[in-house]
Design a binder for this molecule. Structure first.
Ligand code: CMC
Length: 375
């Protein structure tokens, strides 16, 4: 057996070349296709970012209008999928429903899902339809009427409308747009890697995104913001933050929303969402979440030297936008689908089967014992 160093969790392993996204973990910078996330979050829209990730350049005004119209016309859920969504148990986790729906969509739309030919079409279709899938399931659980198409709404406003059934204010739409921009891509995170591994076998786009959704579901990746809100509920008031957080750390529990495999300083997305958490709180005249989170930050940094990641403030932003907690991770998926699909398209262009090796640590010289002789 050849001895080799195992990089647990593939930490620091450079697995492939990509021109989509760059994370400067020491400098706390995030770059999409050459553009700094701070500038994109301040000035662009999710539709522009989707174009940027898929085509590698910012769209012209005409290209942006075409894409916006196309996404708006691709929002409908096909009738058989609508019937399937009517049958899933109401108690299902929205991430399970989303994963099932995206997988099922490939059965109803086989031409869109195949590798190669029209993968950008498939990427647009998935991006456009995910908010509708989530809205359909949410409304069914709430006994609300079926969703009515609103092609005039931006992607962010449509997502909010799908999950609330009420018009979003300009500020609310902008907050959602910024959250979508911030989550659209993040280099070779676990779900994107899963999507690329699937695509590298020459499997189809919808299978790749199905793999990605299943990977995003875990609390160490996409599910952390929901847990952050549970922590805030447990803490209640800023004065109790110290006691609750220290007790958790003493039990060696992880505090969700802190730490990152790549960032060694503050995640720039957390900086932007902190500001939005404060802005929304001020508008509502309720800065409770903001003050609580600031206090948790102070204690965690002092006790463990950890910095916030994107998930620390996103939950508070979504809560103030009126989105139910169990839809926080699906919203992450509604944005990251742009990045997943961009990475799958990139994988198809320079395809190499992703297949690492394992360091075998078991025995090699055992002999087969017939069943009747085994104890
Ligand atoms: N709370 C308490 N301790 C922590 C935390 C945390 N959130 N994160 C890291 N640590 C500690 C960990 O216990 C370990 O300490 P020690 O060396 O004493 O055992 C040390 O820091 C290194 O941790 P690690 O698990 O080796 O680091 P990692 O690179 O594998 O972890 C992480 C990255 C995100 C899984 C981890 O920081 C974590 O579990 N965070 C909480 C979950 C979370 O917020 N996830 C969202 C990530 S951002 C969204 C995304 O891009 O997916």
């Amino acid at each position: 057996m050849v001895e080799s160093a195992v990089q647990r969790g593939l930490e620091d392993v450079v697995a492939l070349e990509s021109r989509i996204c760059f994370i400067d973990g020491k400098g706390g910078r995030l770059i999409y296709e050459g553009y700094d996330i701070r500038e994109l979050a301040a000035r662009s829209t999710f539709e522009e970012i989707a174009y940027l990730l898929w085509y590698g350049r910012l769209p012209s005004a005409r290209q942006l209008e075409e894409l916006t119209t196309r996404l708006a016309t691709l929002r409908e859920v096909p009738a058989p999928l609508r019937r399937l969504l009517e049958q899933v148990p109401e108690s299902s986790s929205p991430m399970d429903v989303l994963r099932t729906a995206v997988s099922a969509l490939a059965v109803y739309e086989p031409s869109e899902s195949q590798p190669g030919a029209n993968s950008i079409g498939g990427a647009q279709r998935l991006t456009a339809v995910i908010p509708t899938i989530l809205g359909e399931f949410h409304r069914r659980r709430k006994g609300m009427p079926a969703i009515r198409a609103r092609p005039e709404l931006s992607h962010a406003a449509w997502l909010l409308y799908a999950l609330r059934d009420k018009e979003a204010s300009e500020l609310e739409s902008r907050a959602m747009d910024v959250a979508l921009i911030l989550h659209a891509d993040h280099e070779l995170n676990a779900s994107t890697f899963a999507a690329r591994v699937t695509a590298s076998t020459l499997s189809d786009l919808y299978s790749s995104v199905t793999s990605a959704i299943g990977t995003l579901k875990g609390p160490l990746h996409g599910g952390a913001n929901e847990r952050v809100m549970e922590l805030l509920e447990e803490i209640g008031t800023p004065e109790k933050a110290e006691e609750v957080v220290k007790a958790k750390l003493a039990r060696h529990e992880r505090i969700m929303g802190f730490g990152h495999r790549v960032y060694k300083v503050e995640d720039p997305r957390a900086t932007i969402l902190r500001d939005w958490s404060r802005r929304l709180g001020e508008t509502r005249g309720d800065l409770r979440y903001y003050h609580l989170l600031r206090e948790v930050e102070r204690v965690v940094h002092r006790e463990k030297g950890l910095y916030p990641n994107v998930d620390l403030y996103s939950g508070s932003v979504y809560s103030m936008l009126g989105i139910p907690k169990e839809f926080f991770t699906p919203i992450f998926a509604a944005s990251r689908v742009a990045g997943w699909t961009a990475h799958v398209l990139e994988e198809y262009q320079d395809l190499r089967l992703i297949r690492p090796t394992a360091q075998y640590v078991g025995p090699v010289d055992l002999h087969y014992t017939p069943l009747e002789l085994r104890e």
